[in-house]
Ligand binder design. Structure first.
Ligand code: JAH
Length: 254
């Protein structure tokens, strides 16, 4: 079981996604607990102020430190100091499948979602233990990145995916992109499927899929190959071989 505590001024927006999907099912199944905490509930003023103008000027608004510190300290209680406190921010290191895998072994994670121009720097320096970005673009807040982090972790938990193959079979599990997938019908608008998939020869199918993953990765994401789990033979072949099209064949198969 894993527990997430999310600190946000938009808990309702997050709940609507977290109630649906595989995450919603995992919560019902008791594999995941998600606490959604409204930072506004930890303000002390009449107007429940969570943001203020930046020192030094320049416009925009910055999230005040006090409600965030008090919310996190109050909710984590005795666990404070033991639990990773993650700030979602475009300035963080890029969140990857490796981080999802590591965090999926934690019993508890806290996620802080900023809005406006971001959070007071003291949250970053004296409260957060980790800072991650889900990619090089700016959003209106950290809520979508927090949902991405939760989703990527929850699907790795034992018993959540409930499907053969599962998380070990997908893109990035071996550091390679996925091979092409097909389902019925075998001929759609004249577009067929690769003959090998109808052969019933499971060894040939596995070899074809591996080959497609390798080719697709070398053409689309050569940056992934350094860290990918390849045999010396596969590395040799990729470096010598002409990297042909990785697009699926479109000859009608029936
Ligand atoms: C935007 C606070 N790459 C992800 C990411 C994460 C957080 C934010 N934007 C992008 C963000 C505004 C305020 C956080």
């Amino acid at each position: 079981m894993i527990r997430f505590d999310v600190f946000t001024i938009l808990p309702d927006v997050m709940e609507s996604y977290l109630a649906a999907s595989m995450v919603g099912r995992a919560r019902l199944g008791g594999q995941v607990v998600i606490g959604l905490h409204n930072v506004r509930d930890y303000t002390h003023d009449r107007h429940r102020t969570t943001d203020d103008t930046p020192y030094g000027g320049g416009g925009g608004m910055v999230m005040k430190p006090e409600p965030i510190f008090e919310a996190v300290e109050s909710v984590l209680g005795e666990d404070f100091g033991q639990v990773p406190i993650v700030l979602l921010s475009p300035q963080g290191r890029v969140f990857t499948q490796a981080t999802a895998r590591e965090w999926s072994r934690q019993p508890r994670l806290a996620l802080i979602c900023g809005r406006y121009e971001g959070v007071d720097e003291r949250v970053r320096g004296h409260l957060a233990t980790d800072e991650v970005s889900i990619g090089d673009y700016v959003l209106t807040g950290g809520e979508l990145p927090a949902l991405v982090v939760i989703d990527s972790i929850v699907r790795l938990l034992p018993g959540v995916l409930g499907d053969a193959g599962g998380p070990d079979d997908d893109s990035h599990a071996h550091g390679l992109l996925e091979y092409p997938h097909y389902t019925r019908p075998p001929n759609y608008r004249g577009w067929g499927i690769p003959e090998v998939l109808l052969s019933g020869d499971h060894a040939r199918i596995a070899a074809w899929r591996r080959d497609q993953s390798l080719l697709r990765t070398s053409r689309r994401r050569p940056d992934l190959l350094d860290a990918a789990d390849l045999t010396p033979e596969e590395r040799d072949r990729l470096s010598t071989r002409a990297r042909g099209a990785d697009e699926p064949a479109d000859a009608p198969s029936s």
